[in-house]
Design a protein around this ligand. Structure first.
Ligand code: HPA
Length: 251
């Protein structure tokens, strides 16, 4: 039987050390190829499927990711639950670099992405409820694990999803702050909505890797600092995921 739980790894998480990979599978979908092969493996005694969102070599930029193929591939393998890991910038004071944020809301600023499976069938216009875009069950699993491991985490947040690949201007971040965004990233949508469209439970584990543009006054974003924060912070994300798989995920 395939694993019901998948992890989608973002920047910094192109593989999971410790994941004993049993096989890699390239899944064909009606939407073209996913970001790469899906790895079936076992971590902490639990079978999971892992997919690197940006590809194995981190070569697919956020706006070129085939989100539909990724979600379709996971669904077709029998996955029912997805934990999506993403690197983000912090807007709210609480979301400082290296914090782990478990957002409960989304504002979507992306454009020109293939964002739905519901392309219109004769006589059928389909919608989804998206009031609460994330799975409360999976969010609880993430929070329980973070608490248990004494990791610095923020238990709510609004993930503002931007088109990228450039970072924002200071004015754009101020607008996002006024809108209520607490973190900003490039990959949270349409992934979350597509998961909902096909009935998958989905939650995001966001790692803050920089202060968003202009939040720290006139300082510009230093991309090498950002990369260092990814490499440092992702270790905590790995600890959290290991704990979640071993103890906090009852399915
Ligand atoms: N903006 C958008 N995406 C990001 C950021 C940011 O500041 N940091 C990491 N991903």
């Amino acid at each position: 039987m395939n694993a019901p739980l998948a992890i989608i790894g973002g920047t910094g998480l192109t593989s999971i050390p410790g994941l004993a990979i049993e096989r890699r599978e390239m899944v064909k979908t009606p939407y073209g190829p996913p970001s790469g092969p899906l790895s079936h493996g076992e971590l902490n005694g639990r079978k999971i499927v892992f997919l690197a969102r940006h590809g194995h070599r981190h070569s697919i930029p956020p706006h070129k990711i085939n989100y539909r193929a990724n979600i379709w591939a996971l669904k077709s393998l029998g996955v029912t639950h997805i934990i999506a890991v993403a690197a983000v910038g912090g807007i709210d004071d609480a979301c400082s670099p290296l914090a782990i944020v478990i957002p409960d809301q989304i504002i979507d600023y992306t454009y020109s992405r293939e964002h739905t499976f519901f392309e219109g069938r004769p006589g059928k216009v389909e919608h989804i409820d998206f009031t609460y875009p994330y799975s409360s069950f999976l969010r609880e699993c993430l929070m329980t694990s973070a608490e248990k491991m004494a990791l610095k985490f923020v238990s709510t947040g609004t993930y503002g999803v931007v088109q990228g690949p450039r970072l924002e201007t200071a004015a754009e971040v101020q607008r996002m702050k006024r809108d209520g965004c607490t973190v900003v990233g490039m990959t949270g949508m349409p992934e979350a909505a597509l998961a909902r469209e096909v009935g998958l439970e989905y939650a995001c584990c966001a790692l803050v890797v920089n202060w968003a543009a202009g939040i720290m006054g006139e300082t510009e974003i230093n991309l090498s600092d950002l990369e260092d924060a990814v490499n440092t912070g992702i270790k905590n994300v790995r600890v959290l995921l290991a704990q979640l798989l071993a103890h906090a995920y009852p399915i």
